[in-house]
Design a protein around this ligand. Structure first.
Ligand code: B12
Length: 588
């Protein structure tokens, strides 16, 4: 194969051996005294995995919910309310929840209080941790921001002590945390946390990964998802020694494709570790909450059909209808939980009418493609002298290559320059296809206006404050198509990073996309920094413009505050282009 990058150069000469970090984790594990959660007590099992395997064998349908309100106290009350609501309605409560903690949880404990707050709770005390597993008999997963960041070791120890047995999220090792740039120590923390998990493999402890949180979330081909899951499983099970589960599903709308990918992931899971959860569709939802109930039911039905027919033990997750706007309140979660249990009743009526042969055919193609991705990745690394038995080397090479290059180099499709990654996908991913289509419609609309060339040559800096990058892609590719001079400042940027680039490149405008519930505090800090440096560059913002405030369990809209601060909020990309044009015309 003809590869122009020397993968060896992606590894610093002094990178410590990852096996040492894993060994350190196994040592640490000796001091951990695990306890049993309320849920495991109730079910009479030692771990969630043990129950999930039993449930799978007996045909019991399990469910998951995501939860993470403003504070732990709000989240705890929400758990109590959801549990009570289920009991009073005669609905079996969810089996498990993913704690959607905020990003500060990924930092080492001593840095959390000083870091910027986003949406979601932080577990500050031992008591908070204890309550995680001992408030209601619903089993928690220590999910977002627990493993992946530089605070992974502290989190894994706390989680195991209180009786959590599925802990994630391996794919988040590719994230950058605010004000943290030491990739090597971050990676070591992840591997040591993995080492701790490996010590409890025989006791049912599992290393979970929600694939879309990492590179698969921006892959163009579902076959690459399968290959990536194989790579993560190889690192987790063979190199670290921890049982691995690949959860997935949020960025896929087509239920038939979703079933095929779910089955392909099962086919590359030889130990049949029950998948922590099958995530509900998060992209089919729009601003009309009533319409989103349609999305919910179709998605749930297919996830459950697949889960039950093939005895996957996957615990599907119902997504509240407010998904596109903000994180949900407890009653919105309880509502979709009730609907999810109702859908269970329809599974046996529908299953016989589904064309499973067609779905299995898609599955088989994905598995072949996934194996190609996996084999090519490992053989290319070996060819370039990288020790593929060292988990640190494997993970760092993949991270530094980036999602696009990983796919360009390892994906299975035939060469075809008309596709962005240079290959025709085996099965194109839904969110990429939809975003490309959105961009084409946008360009048609903009080009039909007169004076569309008025942003030509305009220097525009574009950045995302967090991991969300589809809107950034939409912004950069639209502006580039209109021949603006785009400075792509990347994702996960801190205000200071952006101001530094503004000072160096003197753009005509800064365009930010933000989603994590930090719009006001981020803008305040950015504008302060700009002022401090006597820079008067206009700032445009869009995305999810809300923020957590005391007294509200969900984030509140802060658009009026942004306008007061002097930020422009055009609403749509179309309106942004019009505003930039005006600015450019005024400047000339
Ligand atoms: C995809 C997605 C993810 C993916 C991102 C994959 C990737 N690499 O990009 C993954 C799974 C990784 C993810 C992670 C998280 N996510 Co998310 N995610 C979404 C989701 C489902 C879709 C966003 C998207 O890409 N849409 C497609 C793009 C093209 O559209 P868009 O972003 O909506 O932008 C449109 C407009 O807003 C506008 N626009 C956007 N930016 C700008 C800028 C300007 C200037 C203008 C004019 C217009 C504009 O143009 C676009 C076209 O219409 C939304 C829910 C939803 N359905 O919208 C949640 C959502 C944004 N995520 C959310 C959260 C909380 C998170 C996490 C923080 C969760 C956590 N605690 O870990 C993490 C992020 C952690 C981190 N490190 O930053 C919340 C935000 C909640 C809030 N603020 O109230 C949402 C709303 C889900 C929810 N309801 O809880 N997420």
């Amino acid at each position: 194969m003809d590869i122009e990058i020397d993968l060896g150069q992606l590894i610093p000469a002094d990178l410590p051996d990852g096996r040492e970090a894993v060994r350190a984790g196994r040592e640490l594990a000796k001091s951990v005294e695990r306890s049993r959660s309320m849920y495991c007590e109730e079910k009479g099992v030692g771990s969630e995995r043990e129950w999930r395997e039993k449930a799978r064998e007996s045909g019991i349908s399990c469910t998951t919910m995501n939860i993470g309100l403003n504070t732990w106290a709000d989240t705890r009350t929400a758990l109590e309310n959801i549990y009570e609501s289920c009991m009073s309605r005669g609905v079996r409560p969810p089996d498990r929840f993913n704690l959607i903690a905020e990003r500060r949880m990924g930092l080492p404990k001593n840095m959390r209080a000083g870091a910027p707050a986003e949406t979601g709770p932080v577990l500050w005390t031992d008591q908070d941790w204890w309550e995680l597993t001992h408030t209601v008999p619903i089993q928690p997963e220590a999910a977002d921001n627990m493993i992946g960041g530089p605070g992974s070791v502290e989190n894994v120890l706390d989680a195991l002590r209180v009786g959590v047995t599925y802990i994630g999220v391996l794919s988040q090792y590719s994230w950058r945390w605010p004000y943290w740039d030491d990739e090597v120590s971050q990676l070591q923390s992840v591997l040591t946390a993995g080492g701790v998990l490996s010590a409890f493999r025989n006791e049912g402890v599992v290393f979970d990964s929600y694939l879309e949180d990492g590179y698969p979330g921006v892959f163009h081909d579902y076959a690459s998802y399968i290959g990536w899951a194989m790579l993560e499983r190889y690192v987790s099970e063979e190199l670290i020694g921890a049982a691995y589960s690949s959860s997935w599903g949020g960025l896929t709308k087509n239920p038939v494709i979703k079933s095929a990918v779910t089955l392909a992931l099962d086919a590359v899971n030889p130990g049949r570790v029950p998948t922590a959860f099958l995530q509900g569709d998060t992209i089919g939802n729009g601003a009309d909450f009533d319409a989103n109930f349609g999305v919910l039911v179709n998605d749930l039905l297919f996830m459950k059909l697949t889960d039950m027919r093939y005895r996957l033990g996957g615990a599907p997750l119902a997504v509240p209808v407010t998904e596109a706007e903000r994180i949900p309140s407890w009653s919105e979660i309880a509502t979709v939980q009730t609907i999810s249990r109702k859908v269970d009743e329809y599974v046996p009526m529908v299953t016989g009418a589904i064309d499973w042969q067609h779905i299995e055919g898609l599955r088989d193609r994905l598995v072949v493609g996934g194996r190609h991705f996996f084999d090519t990745a490992l053989s290319t690394m070996t060819l370039m002298g990288i020790d593929v038995r060292d988990p640190a080397r494997v993970l760092l090479v993949l991270k530094r290559l980036g999602a696009a290059k990983c796919e360009e180099l390892f994906a299975p499709g035939e060469r075809d320059a008309s596709f962005l990654r240079g290959k025709r996908p085996i099965l194109e991913t839904d969110l990429v296809r939809e975003t490309n289509a959105k961009r084409d419609i946008l360009l048609d609309t903009i080009k039909s206006h007169s004076g569309e060339d008025r942003v030509r040559g305009m220097k525009v800096l574009v950045a995302s404050t967090d991991v969300h990058e589809f809107a950034k892609f939409l912004l950069t590719s639209t502006l580039e198509a209109l021949q603006a001079n785009v400075i792509d400042c990347g994702i996960n940027r801190d205000p200071e990073d952006i101001v530094k680039v503004v000072a160096e490149t003197a753009p005509d405008a800064v365009v930010l996309t933000t989603h994590n519930g930090v719009a006001r505090s981020f803008a305040t800090r950015l504008l302060d920094e700009l002022r401090h440096q006597r820079l008067e560059t206009p700032v445009f913002m869009g995305g999810v413009l809300n923020e957590d405030v005391e007294g509200s369990e969900v984030p509140v809209d802060v658009q009026a505050d942004l306008i007061r601060l002097g930020v422009y909020i055009p609403g749509t990309v179309d309106e942004l282009v019009a505003a930039l044009r005006q600015l450019h015309t005024a400047e000339r």
